[in-house]
Design a protein around this ligand. Sequence first.
Ligand SMILES: C[S@@+](CC[C@H](N)C(=O)[O-])C[C@H]1O[C@@H](n2cnc3c(N)ncnc32)[C@H](O)[C@@H]1O
Length: 608
Amino acid sequence: MSTALEIQLEPQAVSTPLYVIRDVPGKGKGMIATQKIPRGTRILSEEPIITVRENGSHEDKRKSLGQQVDALTEQDRQSFLSMHNIHPYKTSAEQYVGIIRTVALPVDLPDGGDAAGIFKDACRINHACDNNTQRDWNTLIQRLTIHALRDIEEGEEITIYYLGVHQNRATRQAALRNKFGFTCSCRLCSLPPEQQRESDKRLDEIYRLDNLIGQGGMISILTSPLRILRLVDQQVRLYNEDRPEDDTGLPRSYLGAAQIAIANGDLARGRVFIERAVSGYRIFGGDDSRGVIENEPLAKDPTKHQFYSRSPGKWQTAVNDVPLGLSPSDFEDWLWRREKKPPAAAAAPGQRIPAHLRSRETFPSFDELPSENDLDLEYYVHDPETEAYVPQRHWCFLGEIVDIENFLRLRMVLKDVDGNRLVLAFYTDGRGRELEPGEVKKGNTVAVLHAEQHGFLDMTTGIRHENPDMIKIFPASLDTLLALSDEVQQFSTVLGGGVRTCHGCGKTAPGASLKRCAKCSYFWYCDRTCQVKGWNEKNHKASCKLLKDPDLQGVFEFKWDEFSEHVRFPLQYPLQSTNMPPPSSEQLEALMRMMRAGGRNPFGDLGL
Ligand SMILES: C[S@@+](CC[C@H](N)C(=O)[O-])C[C@H]1O[C@@H](n2cnc3c(N)ncnc32)[C@H](O)[C@@H]1O
């Protein structure tokens, strides 16, 4: 028996129906809202009049179906027989099966079995790819429920999504034609071509991400949680872009994100993700839906989650370690552990900004590296010509040497940008002997091009290094290099309006009036006083020495975001544009005066 219900909290209370079933041009019958229906409202809660078990022989199913149709009241029988059937039939048994195949909706039987159900009202709901309601089988009340996903206006058609997953238009249309015999002309299927392409691209990506997220299972969740969390983040963002009017999101994705957080000990984020999943399920199916009943207790106490382990995870947080007072977008950044982009130097048009060692896209932490065992589409892209996956950009892992072991081969323990430790093992022909002994020193920083996570036989993960051209050791700690990169960002670029920042006094001045350090070419000064200050007080003496290394210059200047076939140290990069202004006659005169007096070039480095 079907009942139209007004509020989700009282599924048994019958009130004025929120809909009527009536003819809809071009679609046969359909369900129309008789009043404005707010988002989250339970529009319908209905028991099946027929259920056919999914498993079992054809014969058994036909027999059961025939018996159930015979047992219907005359009114229900007429209702069943008037339902849509796209399959040709000769006998009444074939007709029944045709109706089931066209209109039945899924039912979970109390014994756990799957079945197809016939509902007098719900089976009249037409499809839309941008459906405004969600159907759900409610195991608690053993009824099918229909909930409004967004506010529905009086007179608007109530629609559900017939297909399992959201896919691109062509795939949806083909499935709807094959399975239900119609061509969809919903808003999503009628978008102008450009928007259609955009939507299809998003849906394809959501689908691809879905496959990727599940690929590595528990091992990936524990070994590369950040990478998987990024995929889920991306999926939710794309979904929200595709359905801006429906902020329910994807409860399933939120549950996935909660699993990743909780498995790694991050109870604070785990709880927020579960809360989001629960509020999505509440809209989808109400307080008594399985999604809410199963997950609400976990939102209260995430340690009850099956993925929670008492041993400390790498992201350990307490349930209440949720930051307060953040803006909504900062909160999202915290929640999804999004990289805080370093403040980009605002360069003048046409100016190239040196790479920033804090950019995690180019200089990822160990967690963020692709794994040798699965194809990470953040790093690799499908090349339709060769049918192979090729790197879509370059990346470089940076790790500071904290321990060295040299038994059969060189093994270093490195500390990455997040402070996590990992092993770099040398599987080169020289087993590490190809390195200069002076370089292999604790406190130096190793740069490994195109590094990937490798699982060693002893069950640890690290980097297996094979090609000597892909490694370079810098004589500085990782913190020193990062701080130097901050300075390079700040002091080497021409800002909008053609001004530069003096490394000595920190003031900005028209670029043409500043002089550049002649040795490293990265820092600029107002005058000699500022240069002396930069050299002595601001540590340029040390940083200049580092910056003179062509390999470090290569790291700053290399075009990391353009993929070129060969990458190795020394990195090939376009020679720096001479943004140093030609010396003015005044400067030349001063130079001559200094030289005559046996002094040093005032526009060069102090060491000259
Ligand atoms: C479950 S029934 C829905 C109720 C059906 N309209 C009726 O008259 O009983 C499924 C059938 O409805 C029609 N239908 C559903 N959604 C449609 C849509 N968006 N456009 C056109 N026809 C649709 C198709 O014929 C489909 O096979």
